[in-house]
Write a protein of this length. Structure first.
Length: 187
């Protein structure tokens, strides 16, 4: 349901009272840092009222043998070492804390490689909605750390992408797996 804003105040969608759709903070905020000439933290107001999501079969979830911090650092380092650019990191825990809420560690890394993504967008301009790629690093209540991403196969044909082109994104999946590999002799 769309929310309209008039003169700085929010109005409920037609037929609903404000009490039925507004919580204490109607527009969730997500803090993230953008990587450019220097790193800065900004807040973005997002409101996704109804977005079709990927099913469980579309996502890959790997358990990390490392701590949350080590997994996040290692993942970013491995991606950069393989030629991927880190465009942003979205720290959902920091965003939750900024509004007085608790959340286990949970960070989305937004990454990509213009050399790989540009041909896909040239072939299907609307495919730009899927790029850059994202990977979630999170810790559950028991302290287990997971790395989750959408499988490249789920992007096949999406937004008019010609057949076989989504396979070009599969190399990123191998890099993510490499970042979680335990070095020999350290099992």
């Amino acid at each position: 349901m769309p929310v309209s804003q008039v003169d700085g105040s929010l109005e409920a969608p037609q037929g609903l009272s404000p009490a039925s759709w507004i919580g204490s903070d109607p527009l969730p905020r997500t803090a993230f840092s953008v990587v450019g000439t220097r790193s800065l933290t900004i807040a973005v107001v997002l409101n996704f009222s109804s977005i079709g999501g990927a099913s469980a079969e579309d996502t890959v979830r790997l358990e990390s043998p490392y701590s949350f911090a080590d997994t996040l650092t290692g993942l970013k380092s491995t991606l950069e070492g393989k030629g991927f650019r880190i465009f942003a990191t979205i720290d959902h825990r920091a965003a939750a804390r900024s509004v007085g809420l608790g959340l286990p560690p949970m960070t989305v890394v937004v990454y990509g490689n213009p050399k790989g993504g540009t041909p896909l967008m040239l072939a299907a301009p609307d495919f730009a909605l899927e790029l850059p790629l994202r990977v979630l690093v999170r810790e559950d209540q028991q302290g287990r750390v997971y790395v989750t991403y959408n499988a490249s196969t789920t992007l096949e044909g999406k937004h008019g992408l010609p057949g076989g082109m989504a396979q070009r994104l599969a190399s990123a999946e191998a890099v993510i797996s490499d970042a979680l590999a335990v070095p020999p002799g350290q099992n």
